[in-house]
Write a protein that binds this ligand. Structure first.
Ligand SMILES: NC(=O)c1ccc[n+]([C@@H]2O[C@H](COP(=O)([O-])OP(=O)(O)OC[C@H]3O[C@@H](n4cnc5c(N)ncnc54)[C@H](O)[C@@H]3O)[C@@H](O)[C@H]2O)c1
Length: 369
């Protein structure tokens, strides 16, 4: 689409790679709402332009968003995306994320996620853009310690799949790049389990194929696309025997990106980064989660309450590689960024269900009358 020539209220344009995707689209709404302009670079391999048009509609500021259909591995296309405008930072969501598929197709995952990021970092440098905020994952903590995981917990032990390794490796790539380049600041955001949707029901998660994660599966059972949920494992060492995760509402997560961007944009750095600076100059790391461990049974109960009927479910054996409990220590993001997740598991179920009901086939169809 044509480049917008408008000036954002903050004066800053931000490049958002993978911005058409689930977390990216919700983040665009918050960024644009706060007065940033956004240019998305996406190859639409796991998304579509419709999500961006809906962001324009939701924000009511269509000239604060433009996009370039490009693969991050295409160096000339990425260079062109940086042309004609100065960017105050990059939020880097673009990547492949299906854990199971990454085991089947490791080379495709390493190629897409690693090469795309190397090209991006090179082109940022050429364009004189000195801030990158990266979508990392709680998966980097593996089984190296007991939850709650603080940012200082060991990473990389017990990572079980190529997807997780790309996050671990890319964290290291960025740490090294920032150490070597005084003009570069890196912010690593480790997400826990993002779920839910924008309260409008206009944007949400649109998984292709059989969902690998709990909440999209639950929603597809709720809407009748799948018969029942199989709960993997009822014999974990947790309060009710089912696995516990730290589910975070995608709108809270999006606000976490706005908090991180606001703290670092324009060459600023917030107070409280002494430990980060001692470990890795110019790299800051934050967990984005709620700090609460919610079990699969609790998710089923919360969703059943929203539906007003019991979500069909059955119990099966544990799934290989699943940990019993994963949750965040979120105190650092609160202390340094002033960000804290506020929405509950009930909100996540309610908003996810609103999106699913209005868009049973995701962005592929307009809502049923
Ligand atoms: N959703 C989660 O549970 C979760 C958890 C932790 C981390 N993350 C990370 O957060 C980021 C965003 O996740 P999401 O859930 O929004 O995923 P998503 O698949 O909805 O969004 C990713 C976007 O990147 C685009 N993309 C992929 N490869 C690209 C390439 N080579 N060039 C250009 N665009 C490309 C896709 O088309 C898509 O729009 C990803 O990096 C993901 O690994 C997600």
């Amino acid at each position: 689409m044509a480049a917008s020539s408008a000036t954002p209220a903050t004066g800053e344009w931000i490049m958002v790679t993978g911005g058409a995707g689930y977390i990216g689209s919700h983040t665009l709404v918050e960024l644009i709402g706060a007065g940033f302009g956004c240019r998305v670079v996406d190859n639409f391999s796991n998304s579509c332009e419709e999500s961006l048009r809906r962001v324009q509609e939701l924000t009511g500021k269509p000239d604060m968003l433009d996009w370039v259909n490009a693969d991050l591995r295409d160096e000339a296309a990425v260079a062109a995306a940086f042309e004609g405008r100065k960017f105050g930072g990059v939020i880097h969501f673009a990547g492949l994320k299906a854990v199971g598929k990454s085991v089947e197709e490791p080379l495709a995952y390493y190629d897409n996620n690693i090469v795309g990021t190397l090209v991006l970092l090179r082109q940022m440098r050429k364009a004189g853009c000195g801030l990158i905020i990266f979508s990392s994952s709680a998966t980097v903590y593996g089984d190296g310690s007991e939850p709650p995981f603080a940012e200082t917990a060991p990473v990389g032990r017990g990572v079980t799949n190529p997807y997780g390794w790309t996050k671990f490796m890319l964290e290291q790539v960025m740490i090294d790049a920032a150490r070597a380049d005084e003009g570069l600041r890196v912010v690593l955001l480790r997400y826990f389990n993002p779920v839910g949707a924008h309260a409008s029901g206009r944007i949400g998660e649109d998984p292709v194929g059989i969902p690998n994660n709990l909440m999209p599966y639950v929603l597809q059972v709720a809407v009748g696309r799948r018969k029942e949920l199989t709960v993997f494992g009822e014999d974990y060492a947790t309060a009710d025997g089912t696995a516990e995760r730290d589910y975070v509402h995608v709108v809270d997560l999006a606000k976490g990106h706005l908090a991180a961007l606001s703290a670092f944009v324009g060459g600023k750095a917030p107070a409280g980064l002494e430990e980060d600076e001692a470990a890795h100059p110019r790299t800051a790391v934050f967990n984005l989660g709620t700090g609460n461990a919610i079990s699969v049974k609790q998710v089923v109960t919360a969703m059943s309450a929203v539906l007003g009927r019991e979500l069909p479910h059955t119990f099966g054996p544990r799934r290989a590689g699943d940990l019993a409990r994963v949750f965040a220590d979120t105190s650092k993001a609160e202390r340094v960024l002033g960000w804290k997740a506020g929405l509950t598991i009930e909100d996540m179920c309610k908003d996810g269900w609103r999106w699913q009901q209005a868009n049973p086939r995701g962005f592929r169809d307009e809502p049923a009358e």
